[in-house]
Design a protein around this ligand. Structure first.
Ligand code: PHE
Length: 330
């Protein structure tokens, strides 16, 4: 009975003191533990009452000591003031290689007066295909390449959709580049992914010619790759006519160059061409008065070439051991 009054008044300044109390009352040879052992000596008619008190006592003591321990821990924590003079070495993040390359390309074209424009990743059939002069039965509309969402919508397969949006909302002269994420229903491998990034360029004004396109691309090749020799190979895109693919001459000087260009000396960099008059008309731009060029390139492929990355998947895994290597490359 005296213990019942004693327990609630216990106090402890430190966790060690609280532990000492636990041993005193609840330890193997503790006072309350001893009472439990004497249970069998209690007369039968008193057993019920005795047991009840014993349990209350035990619970009370357990609770009280827990409280004391917590109190001591809190006091310890608040007693330790932080040392404000301690030097800190924060873990800095690094820019993603795709962002590094994207920013560099944006910077080069902004010197030439190109603005940046963006568009939605969920795109309608008009902006991704029809306005860009894709015939109804064009294979790129096939389920093989496009992630369709419903009859009318798909994940955009290229950033050319943004060209259309800009032409619809702005009047020439137009000079813009559109970086963004695109999606294709392709098997994932070391060389290709179903998600990647492109940068699209568009220039529309009176009297824009193929020579302007070539000159602009040559400037880009010099600035970005530090290479002065390019070639334009005839190609086909529904939205440009004529169309071409630009290769940069790598010059076979060492083994790395040889591996990048697979031995030919030419590295394929982008697709381009003169905007097809149909595309201008679809966006309500007078194709008699205005002409324009467009180009588009995959950012991952250029980043892989720039940094010697041989598996595109590493760009999407966000493995810090990989990403931290770009710490010093702003
Ligand atoms: N949209 C084309 C592609 O995804 C690239 C391109 C853009 C070609 C602009 C010509 C003009 O491959």
């Amino acid at each position: 009975k005296s213990l019942l009054e004693e327990i609630p008044n216990l106090s402890a300044k430190t966790a060690e003191e609280a532990e000492a109390l636990r041993i005193k009352y609840l330890g193997k040879k503790g006072e309350i533990t001893a009472l439990f052992s004497s249970f069998k000596e209690v007369a039968n008619e008193d057993k019920k009452e005795f047991g009840k008190i014993l349990n209350i006592l035990k619970n009370q003591a357990t609770e009280k000591i827990k409280e004391l321990k917590e109190g001591a821990a809190n006091q310890k924590a608040s007693g330790e003031k932080p040392d404000l003079t301690r030097p800190v070495f924060p873990q800095l993040g690094s820019r993603h290689p795709v962002s590094i390359v994207k920013n560099e390309i944006i910077e080069i074209f902004s010197y030439l007066g190109f603005s940046i424009s963006e568009g939605p990743e969920i795109e309608d059939d008009w902006h991704n295909f029809t306005a860009l002069n894709f015939p109804e039965e064009h294979p790129a509309r096939d389920m093989q390449d496009t992630f369709f969402l419903d009859e009318e919508h798909a994940l955009r397969t290229h950033t050319s959709s943004v060209q259309v949006r800009v032409m619809e909302s702005e009047k020439p002269p137009i000079r813009t580049i559109s970086p963004g994420r695109v999606y294709r229903n392709e098997a994932i491998s070391a060389r290709s992914h179903c998600v990647f990034h492109q940068i699209e360029g568009l220039y529309i004004d009176e009297g824009v010619s193929f020579a302007d396109l070539k000159q602009t691309l040559l400037y880009f090749a010099k600035e970005f790759f530090g290479k002065t020799k390019i070639r334009l190979r005839p190609s086909y895109f529904p939205f440009t006519e004529p169309s071409a693919e630009m290769d940069v001459y790598w010059g076979l000087e060492n083994e790395i160059d040889y591996r990048i260009t697979k031995g030919t000396g030419w590295l394929e960099v982008l697709g381009c061409g003169m905007v097809d008059p149909n595309v201008l008309e679809n966006a309500k731009i007078d194709s008699e008065k205005y002409t324009g060029f467009a180009f588009g390139m995959g950012i991952e492929r250029i980043a892989m070439q720039r940094f010697g990355i041989n598996d595109i998947r590493t760009l999407f895994e966000n493995d810090l051991r990989f990403l931290n290597q770009f710490q010093s490359t702003l």
